[in-house]
Design a protein around this ligand. Structure first.
Ligand SMILES: [Zn+2]
Ligand SMILES: [Zn+2]
Length: 355
């Protein structure tokens, strides 16, 4: 019996002990283990750069380790850092085609910038004039346009010429001999111009070929370019033949110094000796070699029989011989020439407003 009581007491004690322990070990619910913390944010810092096509992101940090993020909207600005090396830049003007004038494009979205730059081989196609000999597979119809050009089977117009070459050993650029007295047709095609300089949207260009043959002046007593026949021809006959009304609109007036004190204003002009000399594109004799068109080889222009390089007037008069103006000869050097010489050609220059 004593033994039973003992065991019972022991059992009670053990039960009590465990119960007591159980109660002591149960954690009391803690209403707020950490005191309330107000984040102290640092500065917003860019973590992803926004571009013209994608949103960016900014982050700021608290010392506690918390990070806050926010979206940076797409930027309105492009990154015009990449040169757009496409062969052609299309102006908004439909009357000018350019080759070698490039724009800067956005490095992100390829948008084209409005700033343009000119490469060394820059040229512009603008206006049209009879130039290349008609291809053999083209036939010319009797239909003429208001300029007196004949419609060809290819849809192009052609100038009809009975050849009067300066010499009898000339060939056209294709190698076909120029035969005096023969009738030839020359395709009226875009005139290619070399870009000489560019300021904003104003581009000064000079014809990339010797495009026609013109007497400087019939009267050798003329002593100013301002009074010359060639000046009048450039700004009337050539101006009206080569350029449509739309094209004439974008040819701006250029102020030309013709003497120390005198200047004139023209739309189409000849370069002066100073302008030839200071123009990088004419820096060497070689740079001044301009090929003559097929057309002028048939109408009495003097050219280099081997190369087809022509002779072109510059508007400066000879300082030593009256009745002489200067020319760039077939070797690229500058010589003087009688004003009434009929075999010299022209490489007209002009300024375009491309805005
Ligand atoms: Zn914090
Ligand atoms: Zn862009």
């Amino acid at each position: 019996m004593k033994k039973c009581l003992f065991l019972l007491c022991l059992l009670l004690c053990v039960t009590c002990f465990f119960c007591a322990c159980d109660e002591a070990e149960t954690p009391a619910p803690d209403p707020d283990p950490t005191p309330t913390h107000t984040h102290e944010w640092g500065e917003w810092r860019i973590s992803i750069l926004a571009t013209c096509t994608t949103e960016g992101q900014e982050k700021r940090l608290c010392a506690c380790g918390e990070v806050e993020k926010r979206v940076v909207p797409v930027t309105q600005e492009h990154t015009f850092t990449e040169k757009c090396m496409t062969a052609e830049y299309e102006y908004t003007s439909s009357v000018v085609q350019t080759v070698g004038i490039y724009c800067y494009k956005c490095s992100v979205c390829d948008a084209k910038g409005t700033n343009i730059y000119v490469t060394e081989d820059a040229s512009i196609c603008f206006g049209e004039y009879p130039q290349s000999l008609k291809a053999e597979n083209v036939t010319v119809t009797e239909t003429t346009d208001s300029r007196g050009y004949f419609l060809g089977s290819d849809g192009a117009y052609y100038a009809k010429v009975t050849a009067t070459p300066y010499r009898n050993d000339y060939t056209f650029s294709s190698g076909i001999p120029v035969v005096g007295g023969e009738v030839y047709y020359f395709k009226v095609e875009p005139i290619r111009w070399r870009v000489i300089s560019k300021e904003g949207n104003t581009v000064t260009v000079v014809c990339d070929s010797v495009i026609d043959r013109v007497v400087f002046d019939d009267d050798k007593s003329v002593d100013r370019y301002a009074d010359s026949d060639v000046r009048a021809w450039l700004n009337t006959q050539f101006f009206n033949a080569a350029f449509s009304a739309d094209q004439q609109e974008i040819i701006t007036t250029t102020e030309l110094s013709i003497d120390v004190e005198e200047s004139i204003e023209d739309k189409v002009f000849l370069f002066s000796r100073d302008e030839v000399n200071k123009t990088d594109l004419f820096a060497t004799n070689n740079d001044r070699l301009l090929i003559s068109s097929d057309y002028i080889r048939a109408i009495g222009a003097r050219v280099d029989a081997q190369t087809g390089v022509g002779i072109w007037w510059i508007r400066t008069f000879s300082s030593s011989t009256s009745g002489n103006a200067l020319v760039v000869f077939t070797d690229g050097k500058i010589y003087q020439c009688n004003l009434d010489i009929a075999y010299v050609g022209v490489a007209p220059a002009l300024t375009l407003d491309l805005s």
